[in-house]
Design a protein around this ligand. Structure first.
Ligand code: UDP
Length: 246
């Protein structure tokens, strides 16, 4: 699943798509955005940029709004709720852009929905051009359509920008056969196939997202963003998290 020959100092993946969920951005607070988490994430991303890795990021919005929850609460209908959810990802993206710029990392905020001067509208050709120039691209507003998730947006953008790996940052260190927060005897997979991930409905990523990666043969890796150096280890090709591929 590598795209380059690596030694200890050469990243194994030259262009990646990193999915940061809203939950990850909220850190211990459980909601909103935790400044220290954002700072830590931007440091890890800056490290990759320093190694010449091209980084695309999809941010979630569940720390602020989820369409399905807003609908259940009776606040709005599902489509409006999903639009609010997509706008939440824009807010997270704005915060991430600032955090990266504080570290002098050049970056672009690209939205699936037309927003105006706050961020540019997504275009695959422009995104690839920016990535080649060493700029980080933050993709927001999910796919731009209701009834989808930012996991699916991550796989979609990852495929579009021809990333060699799609990484999903979570609070656990990989994929388990059952929920490790509920079962002490849960077993972690080092790797598994797309078919097994889909068959067992492991719940770590939505089915549409996994099916997209399977169809386009782009490997996935699920890892713990809070673990020091975990992101770097994955990109260097070390045994970290759980890899999903054919
Ligand atoms: N959303 C959407 N279409 C998309 C991506 C996201 O409608 O393509 C909405 C949806 O309401 C979702 C919310 O945005 O609940 C936040 O995204 P998600 O739940 O995937 O965020 P995460 O769980 O990663 O924080």
């Amino acid at each position: 699943m590598s795209d380059t020959h690596s030694n200890d100092k050469t990243p194994k993946f030259s262009r990646i798509l990193l999915k940061l969920s809203g939950e990850a951005l909220a850190g211990g607070k459980g909601m909103g955005i935790d400044a220290s988490v954002l700072d830590q994430m931007s440091l890890s991303i800056a490290h990759l940029c320093g190694l010449g890795v091209q980084v695309g990021i999809v941010v979630g919005g569940g720390n602020l709004y989820r369409g399905s929850t807003l609908q259940k609460e009776g606040l709005v209908g599902r489509v409006t709720g999903d639009q609010m959810g997509m706008l939440a990802t824009v807010m997270n993206g704005l915060a991430m852009r600032d955090a990266l710029e504080r570290r002098n990392i050049k970056c672009r905020l690209m939205s699936a929905m037309k927003i105006g001067e706050m961020c540019e509208t997504y275009s695959t050709r422009n995104a690839i051009r920016y990535l080649k120039q060493g700029e980080v691209c933050i993709f927001v507003a999910g796919t731009g359509n209701p009834f989808f998730t930012t996991d699916t947006a991550a796989c979609l953008r990852g495929i579009e920008i021809e990333a060699s790996l799609i990484l999903k940052a979570t609070k656990v260190d990989g994929i388990y056969d059952k929920d490790p927060s509920l079962y002490d005897d849960a077993i972690k997979y080092d790797s598994l196939t797309f078919d097994k991930a889909l068959e067992e409905k492991l719940g770590v990523m939505d089915m549409t997202a996994i099916a997209l990666c399977r169809e386009h043969n782009v490997p996935l890796c699920v890892f713990d963003m809070n673990k020091p150096n975990a992101l770097l280890n994955v990109v260097m090709g070390e045994n970290e998290g759980t890899k999903v591929y054919h």
